[in-house]
Design a protein around this ligand. Structure first.
Ligand code: 4NP
Length: 152
């Protein structure tokens, strides 16, 4: 199973999702591959946002090795599932897909957390540290359900 986590800048939400998911994958002993990407190219080559790294580090997960890259059409061939953090990401991802058939691989991350009040992972970039903690909490629920769902 190959899963790509996608947001706008690939420095806040999607690297946090990647860190949480790869940590759970390791805990479950699964042979899955994860990566993350952004629909925008503003932060290509950069480490995750300091606030994202801190929120993760405070919860025992190191994402300092991750570097931002832009989503590319070939990602739709390489990955089984491409998960958007919000509806704008999903729209932009589908526009990059090589075909309408491959575009079907793109889904909303929060589809895996149907009981949660929010359907989108809010962009924490222009807010404070508390936004990153809220993102961590919702991504943890979605990633746990995703693993259960795929293994079922
Ligand atoms: P992300 O957050 O999409 O969760 O990585 C953002 C990071 C940077 C910007 C927007 C959102 N930006 O406008 O630079």
């Amino acid at each position: 199973m190959k899963i790509l986590l996608v947001c706008l800048g690939n420095i806040c939400r999607s690297p946090m999702a990647e860190g949480i998911l790869r940590n759970m994958i390791a805990e479950h002993g699964l042979d899955w591959h994860t990566d993350s990407a952004g629909t925008g190219d503003y932060h290509v080559g950069e480490q995750p946002d300091r606030r994202a790294m801190k929120a993760m580090r405070d919860r025992g997960i190191d994402i300092s090795d991750l570097r931002a890259r832009r989503l590319r059409p070939s990602d739709f061939d390489e990955f089984d599932l491409l998960l958007a953090m919000d509806a704008s990401n999903l729209h932009n991802m589908r526009a990059v897909a090589p075909s309408t058939e491959l575009a079907e691989k793109a889904r909303m991350m929060m589809d895996y957390a149907p009981g949660h009040a929010l359907r989108e992972v809010p962009d924490p970039y222009f807010g404070g540290d508390e936004g990153f903690v809220a993102v961590y909490d919702m991504l943890t629920i979605a990633c746990a359900n995703l693993i259960d769902d795929v293994r079922r």
